[in-house]
Structures are given as structure tokens and as C-alpha cells.
Design a protein around this ligand. Structure first.
Ligand code: ZN
Length: 581
């Protein structure tokens, strides 16, 4: 077994020889990384290898991809793979394909090679190292075949790095202390769903209550004091020796969107749970209470009201939402009572800010920024503020055949200009995004010039001034477009929410822990809302983002992350907790 310390001391040729199997037939990669020794951590070594590829010419990158065999291809059948590749393909059962599966893979390999000019590369050992199924492999193959070439080249390189990560773990005999348990728990929770296929866990449904019970059971196993509160939050405390000590809050939500991902929200509960289990096993106490809270609701799926769990903790729960009805007409109050909760006890959930050290939330990024930078972790600087509007445009409905083009007042044509205006204006700012997510011609007809159009606007930025400036420009632009076209317009404000800055004190501590893990600190804004937003009025907040695979897709069954990323995120949070002492 090789160690990192030994790798650091080897001559360059010996270092290259020791790592010869990590990147397929490409000794130039360890050769270029060798100069960056000594590596303080395995993460630093992985990043240096990755960096050698990032800095290489496109020619070299393509040669690296072309050094890989096709999956279940001719080389595999002829037994001409490297030992590493043949082991990996066998672990996924690719050496035991049925004739139909071989034929399908053969056709996919051919189509892929023709489109991209390099072989399809997939880390077949998957996110946990346990191996993807042949079905998953074929589905991924089909999906990626549709990618644009530039995107697919980047994805292949990321898969090459993931393969290298798994091979390095094997070479160095790495046992991840936290990641596998977190991934396994997420898998088990992901199987508890309101729907037969896919993961849906909506507020106070049967699946939701079973999920809460499962979380509570795991927390109890880790020696936490656990209760499920009146709003459905699963609150576990890993107590300090001193009962009067302050508390640090951490957690996230356990509800999901319809057909959602397994890690959105849940990662932020399961990761600290893995840490508590570790601390408990070592007999190590923190000088503060660590409160891990699985928030009952954040997504707003069933009652069109978001942050139900975290707002109760923050003391901002709005009792009026108890009368909201779901699609079946059940009020939230009735749903709570049916689950055995007492809505009258919700106000008592509110925490006293004087007893708190702050709130730290770990969350999957739900976007591609970390993935594209090749970084497992990021420190959130602020949660974006948002402005949302409904715009109603009023033109004149008239005959599509008889109204000359110059005499129309077409509400949909005005809307089209507005969509492009939003896209153009929001492309200006770095952290500014704008979306028209709803666009409708009410009572539209194929042979009528649209007399009305309704569209939504969603504009977000981590910087309030940047958002408000964009909002002003877009409003002025809408007025100008409508005036020129003779279209009336009204604008209804749905949301005006300021950005929530994270506490620099906590961000710096998280950032320092990221650096001690051998990674570069990278700060990014959160474009999505999170429970941290609801807790900000109560206490200082911070967030750690974890890389999201599959192009950064989330709110989707394709949402994915790796055990290695979960593990390093856990190590960073543990370091942060110990430092906070
Ligand atoms: Zn979430």
C-alpha cells in the first residue's frame, strides 16, 4: 500500500510510475503534477492532477479521452483492457452483457464515436464506488449522446477525473469515514416516497411522516436527544457537557419537490448526523450543543407556503397558512392534526436568539458552478434576493387573415420582445439572472392575433443594488416596448425579497476549514432560496455548498453527488465545529 507521504518523497520518475494506472495511458499528467509536491492532502493531489489536465492543450485532452476503451467494446471483448479498466467494467457486469445489451452498447458506441470523435467515458463505479447497473449505464449513455459536443467533452473529462479519484482511493487504501454512510442513508430515505416511482415527500403525507420517524431513529442511534416538534421538524441535540452552553444550529429540509432528488435538503441533515455518530463513538463532546434539525418543509409543494419548518424555528411562522388548502381541499391545520400534531404548539418552537451561536447549512449546490470549476465545495456568500412579477399585456384581438401586419396590436409579439429584453439585460451582470417562466395567451386561437398575454418575471441577484437596477431597466424597457406597439400593460408584484448575506465571521471559518482540507476556498452566491434564508432574522447564518453532478441538475431524479464529496464536506464541517469551540 502506497501512502501520500511516500508519494511526496519519490523521485519524479518513481512518482509517475507509482501513479501510472490512475489516468489511462497518460503519464504526462502525474509528470506535470509532480512539481507541485508536497501535497498536504489527498484532495490536494487529486486537484493537482486535475489541474494538469485543465491546463493541457485541447489536443492533449482529446488524446487522454482517446486513450480510454469503449464500454463493453471490442477491446473489452478481446481482453485487451488495462487491469484497472477491466476490473471496473467487470464490477458493473459489463463483461456479462446479454447479446441484446452488447448490441445496444455497440450501436451507442458507434453513434457516439461518429458524433464526438472520442469514446464515451463514464466512471462505471458510480457515485459511491459500488458500481452502476447496466441499465443505468445504458440510460446515461443515451442521455449524453444528445449533449452538444463542447458540453460532452467537459463531461468526459470530469468522468476521467472521477475514475482517477476512485483509482487513487484504491491505490492509497482510503477508507472514507463519513461519505458512504451519508450516501447510504440518502438512498434509504429516497426509497420512502408518496409515489410508486420517483421520490416525492410532500408535507405531512404518509411518506413524510415515515421519513421523520426514520431520521429520528438514526439520531437516537447516535445518542442524540430527539423530538419531532409540532410543525414536524425532527430536532436532535448532541448535548454539550454544560447544560447551559449555547447551541449551534445546523440542518436542512427533508421534504422534496415532486419527483425530486435524494440529496436536496437531506444532505444537510445526514451529514451532521454522520459527524455526531463519529463524535459519539470517540466520546468527544463539543463545548456547545449541536442541534441538527430536519426541517419539515421548505419546497412549498403541498400548501403553496414555503419554509414552514424553518420559519417556526425562527419565530416568524404565519398562523394564517394553517388555513391553506392542498389540492384535495385539506387544510394544513387538519393535516397536522391528522398526523398527531398540535398546531397551537407551533409558536413555542421559536428559539431564543440569545442561546444561539448561529446556523450553518450544508446543501447540494443545485447548479453547475462547482462542477465546472472542478471543486467539491464552495462557501456561500449570500442567498440571492428576488423580484417576481406578473405582467399582463393588453393588445387587440383581431382576425389573423385580414389585419395587415402594420396595423396589429399583438400582445404576444410584445411579450416576445420582453422575454429577449430580460435575457439580454440579465446577461450583463455576473451574478444576475432573469427568467420568464410562464408565458400564456389566454383564450388564444390559431387564427386570431393575440389580444392578451400574461407572463411572469423572476429576477435574482446576490447584490440587491444590481437586482434593483435590472428591475428598473426592465420595467422601463417593458413600458417602451408597449408604448411603441400600442399595448397596455399592468404589473403585479408577487415577491420582493432582499438578498440574505452570510455572516463573514462564519464564512471565514468555513473557508479556512476548506483550505485546511487542501482545497482552494471558493465563494459563490446561492441563486436558490434555502432554510438559511428563513433563519437569518433569528441568528447569523452560513452555508457550505457541495458539488452537484450530472451537469448540476437538481429537483430531478438525476440529481447526484459522490461519496467522496460528501466525505470531504463532512470533514470540513467537523473541522469547522471543532474550531468554533
Ligand atoms: Zn433544498
Amino acid at each position: 500500500m502506497t501512502t501520500l507521504a511516500e508519494l511526496n518523497l519519490l523521485s519524479t520518475p518513481d512518482f509517475v510510475a507509482a501513479l501510472h494506472g490512475i489516468y489511462e495511458h497518460s503519464p504526462w499528467i502525474p509528470e506535470r503534477a509532480a512539481a507541485r509536491r508536497p501535497f498536504a492532502s489527498l484532495a490536494a493531489l487529486k486537484l493537482a492532477l486535475q489541474d494538469a489536465v485543465v491546463r493541457a492543450s485541447q489536443e492533449e485532452q482529446l488524446s487522454l479521452l482517446r486513450a480510454h476503451p469503449e464500454l463493453a467494446g471490442k477491446a473489452a471483448i478481446a481482453g485487451a483492457l488495462t487491469a484497472e479498466s477491466s476490473g471496473e467494467q467487470a464490477a458493473s457486469g459489463l463483461d456479462r452483457c446479454t447479446p441484446d445489451e452488447y448490441a445496444a452498447l455497440h450501436a451507442l458506441n458507434a453513434a457516439y464515436a461518429e458524433k464526438f470523435g472520442f469514446p464515451f467515458i463514464l466512471a462505471v463505479k458510480g457515485p459511491t464506488g459500488g458500481g452502476l447497473t447496466r441499465r443505468q449505464i445504458v440510460a446515461t449513455f443515451r442521455r449524453r449522446l444528445a449533449n452538444p459536443p463542447r458540453e460532452e467533452l467537459a463531461e468526459c473529462l470530469r468522468q476521467v477525473h472521477r475514475i482517477a479519484e476512485i483509482r487513487l482511493n484504491a491505490l492509497l487504501g482510503v477508507e472514507l469515514p463519513f461519505g458512504p454512510a451519508i450516501m447510504d442513508w440518502a438512498e434509504q430515505l429516497g426509497a420512502i416516497s408518496d409515489d410508486a416511482d420517483g421520490l416525492t415527500c410532500a408535507y405531512m403525507t404518509g411518506a413524510h411522516q415515515r421519513t421523520a420517524q426514520q431520521l429520528a431513529a438514526w439520531m437516537r442511534d447516535a445518542d442524540m436527544d430527539v423530538h419531532i416538534d409540532a410543525v414536524g421538524n425532527v430536532a436532535g441535540r448532541y448535548a454539550a457537557a454544560d447544560p447551559g452552553a449555547p447551541a449551534l444550529l445546523t440542518g436542512s429540509h427533508y421534504d422534496t419537490v415532486r419527483n425530486g432528488g435524494k440529496y436536496d435538503g437531506r444532505l444537510g441533515i445526514l451529514l451532521p448526523l454522520a459527524l455526531v455518530r463519529h463524535l459519539h463513538a470517540r466520546g468527544e463532546r463539543l463545548p456547545f450543543h449541536l442541534d441538527v434539525i430536519g426541517f419539515a418543509e421548505e419546497e412549498g409543494v403541498r400548501f403553496r407556503s414555503t419554509f414552514i419548518g424553518s420559519s417556526a424555528v425562527a419565530g416568524t411562522f404565519d398562523a394564517a397558512v394553517l388555513e391553506q388548502r392542498d389540492a384535495d381541499g385539506t387544510t394544513m391545520r387538519a393535516a397536522l392534526q391528522a398526523a398527531g400534531h398540535d398546531p397551537a404548539a407551533i409558536p413555542a418552537i421559536a428559539r431564543d436568539p440569545a442561546s444561539l451561536l448561529g446556523y450553518v447549512e450544508v446543501h447540494i449546490e443545485q447548479g453547475p458552478v462547482l462542477l465546472e470549476r472542478g471543486l467539491p465545495l464552495g462557501v456561500v456568500g449570500a442567498i440571492a434576493g428576488s423580484s417576481r412579477y406578473l405582467v399582463d399585456l393588453a393588445g387587440t384581438a383581431s382576425h389573423a387573415g385580414t389585419t395587415p401586419m402594420g396595423m396589429r396590436r399583438d400582445a404576444a409579439a410584445a411579450a416576445a420582445e420582453i422575454v429577449l429584453l430580460v435575457e439580454r439585460r440579465c446577461a450583463d451582470g455576473t451574478a444576475l439572472v432573469g427568467t420568464v417562466g410562464q408565458l400564456a395567451v389566454p383564450h388564444g386561437s390559431v387564427n386570431v392575433v393575440p389580444g392578451a398575454c400574461r407572463l411572469s418575471l423572476d429576477i435574482r441577484a446576490a447584490d440587491d443594488a444590481a437586482r434593483l437596477a435590472a428591475v428598473r431597466d426592465i420595467h422601463a424597457g417593458i413600458a417602451a416596448i408597449c408604448a411603441r406597439r400600442g399595448i397596455g400593460h399592468t404589473l403585479e408584484t408577487l415577491v420582493e425579497a432582499a438578498a440574505v448575506p452570510c455572516a463573514p465571521r462564519l464564512m471565514d471559518r468555513l473557508g479556512a476549514a476548506v483550505e485546511r482540507a487542501g482545497l482552494a476556498r471558493f465563494d459563490l452566491p446561492s441563486g436558490a432560496g434555502h432554510d438559511a434564508m428563513a433563519l437569518a432574522p433569528l441568528t447569523e447564518v452560513a452555508m457550505l455548498f457541495v458539488r452537484c453532478g450530472n451537469g448540476g441538475i437538481s429537483h430531478n431524479p438525476l440529481e447526484t453527488m459522490t461519496a467522496d464529496d460528501a466525505d470531504i464536506a463532512a470533514a470540513v464541517l467537523l473541522d469547522f465545529l471543532r474550531g468554533l469551540a
